[in-house]
Design a protein around this ligand. Structure first.
Ligand code: GLN
Length: 187
């Protein structure tokens, strides 16, 4: 059984733990650097990326997260988690992990569209995924090694780079475990 850590500094940690457990994985909250050695994969949850980044600085998490991901720890970032993984955020200099070679735009869908649900066609899934978007980012540029797995109106909303997965939307709020399963398959 795989142990999947959920970075538990802020955000929708509990929802990820619940869906992981429903898939038969062992889920544990990660707050300190030494806990990174006890897990087989990691989730960076949705929430507020500025707050998560501030807490990560305070808890000394940035460098340990970078090295764990460099060493091949499979990782999945949802929404704010995707922002933290990105190498660049347009119009912001908040700290990032930088492991995923993309430029993201925060709150990209605009005010009228702050939160919405839409079916998302995901490469490798035969039935569309119900995407829950909450003040979601989209991806503006992708690096050469990044595969776009889903897009909305030409804006990438799901990508993979080797063992890094990221979505603009929140599968943990839907009860549909297919994307979390993709993470488990990377272990
Ligand atoms: N807008 C948030 C941010 O910039 C992300 C929102 C979310 O995770 N649902 O961090």
């Amino acid at each position: 059984m795989s142990t999947v850590g959920v970075l538990a500094l802020q955000g929708d940690v509990r929802e990820h733990v619940n869906i992981l457990q429903s898939l038969g994985a062992d889920a544990s909250e990660v707050k300190k650097p030494d806990q990174l050695s006890e897990i087989d994969a990691l989730i960076l949850p949705g929430g507020e990326s500025t707050t998560i980044a501030k807490m990560a600085v305070r808890f000394g998490m940035f460098d340990p997260l970078r090295s764990a991901i460099d060493d091949g720890l499979p990782v999945y970032g949802t929404c704010a988690g995707m922002i933290l993984l990105a190498s660049t955020i347009s119009d912001s200099d908040q700290p990032v992990i930088g492991a995923l070679d993309v430029m993201v735009k925060r709150n990209a869908f605009g005010r009228q569209n702050e939160s919405f649900e839409a079916p998302v066609d995901v490469d490798g899934l035969d039935i569309p995924f119900e995407g829950v978007f909450i003040r979601a980012p989209w991806i503006e540029k992708v690096g050469a090694d990044v595969e776009v797995l889903a897009a909305i109106e030409d804006h990438p909303v799901m990508v993979r780079q080797d063992k890094i997965l990221a979505t603009s939307f929140h599968p943990e709020l839907t009860g549909d475990g297919r994307i979390h399963d993709m993470l488990l398959d990377l272990v």
